[in-house]
Ligand binder design. Structure first.
Ligand code: MN
Length: 311
């Protein structure tokens, strides 16, 4: 029988006990509690180990943490891998990939894209040069994004304007939560666009542990779509994620060009000292409030820029 074992704190066990209180079953010796859901039985031990056994133990276990051991046969669960790691076969089947850009850049929006690539299109996109966008220059990315659009690859693209980013940030949202909401919404839009066709799976370029992603979704009353997988560096394995990453990056580059055009000032990417100087120039020309609509103002660059402003 497939099983997953988590190691959690005693506080977490109390939390779990409360969560499953309506589904408890006879508690075995040495156990703190036992419960049964439609997916599996759950047994928590005083040692902090929690055992999930049944047909789909990963589903339940992932709500609480990353497994220390797993014998689930259907999914790869090698060293450091979670239950949401995709099978190799996903990369060559019709699937959706999603990725974002602009998160580490002081200026400019966060952009998130999702793309649906059919099994037939996987080699076609490879052939036109779609690959990990980290190995591509900005002009190459712009060209490839045009090609992807011309090939009529279904996609969705979201931009988070800096004004809203700064509002969310002040509301206490982490970048992880913002990214979660944007990925989820991009995937929802794309799933609607391609309906009634359903992808074999959805692969998100992983930016946080799957259980953290789900915690953020839950906090805003959203639930994970079906067949969602997470993987770090997914753009090197999945053409759909690579295409999404090119679309997101190209939208980010375009947005940065627009900011330069609108302000008439250099708007560099990244978060270096060059960025501090550019932010200081923005303050000198337009006042500090202008940064609200151009930048992620909680970055240290804002304070550094203010010190550079000429009186
Ligand atoms: Mn990524």
């Amino acid at each position: 029988m497939p099983q997953v074992v988590l190691k959690v704190t005693s506080t977490k066990i109390e939390e779990m006990k409360a969560h499953y209180r309506s589904q408890t079953k006879a508690t075995p010796a040495n156990a703190v509690f036992a419960a049964k859901t439609s997916a599996c039985t759950i047994t928590a031990y005083r040692s902090g180990k929690v055992l999930f056994q049944g047909s789909r133990p990963e589903e339940e276990a992932s709500k609480w943490g990353s497994p220390i051991t797993s014998s689930a046969p259907s999914k790869k669960a090698g060293a450091g891998r979670h239950a949401y790691h995709p099978e190799e076969s996903l990369f060559t089947s019709s699937h959706i990939g999603s990725d974002e850009a602009g998160t580490g850049d002081y200026f400019g929006p966060i952009t998130v894209a999702a793309a649906y690539v059919t099994a037939e299109q996987v080699p076609q996109l490879k052939a036109i040069g779609v690959k990990d966008s980290k190995h591509l220059s900005d002009p190459q990315i712009t060209e490839l994004a045009k090609d992807i659009v011309q090939m009529k690859i279904p996609y969705s693209l979201l931009r988070l304007p800096n004004k809203r980013y700064n509002q969310w940030q002040r509301r206490g949202w982490s970048q992880g939560k913002m990214k979660t909401m944007l990925h989820h919404q991009a995937l929802d839009k794309l799933l609607k666009k391609i309906a009634p066709v359903k992808p074999h799976g959805i692969l998100i370029d992983q930016f946080s542990e799957p259980h953290v992603y789900q915690k953020h979704l839950k906090s805003e009353n959203f639930t994970l779509q079906d067949n969602v997988y997470f993987m770090t560096k997914a753009e090197s394995y999945s053409i759909a994620v690579a295409a999404a990453s090119i679309l997101a990056r190209s939208a980010f580059v375009k947005a940065m060009n627009t900011l330069e055009f609108d302000t008439g000032l250099p708007i560099p990417k990244g978060a270096s000292s060059k960025v501090d100087q550019a932010a200081a120039a923005v303050i000198e020309a337009y006042g500090e409030e202008k940064l609200e609509e151009l930048a992620k103002v909680h970055f240290a660059n804002t304070q550094k820029a203010k010190k550079l402003v000429r009186p």
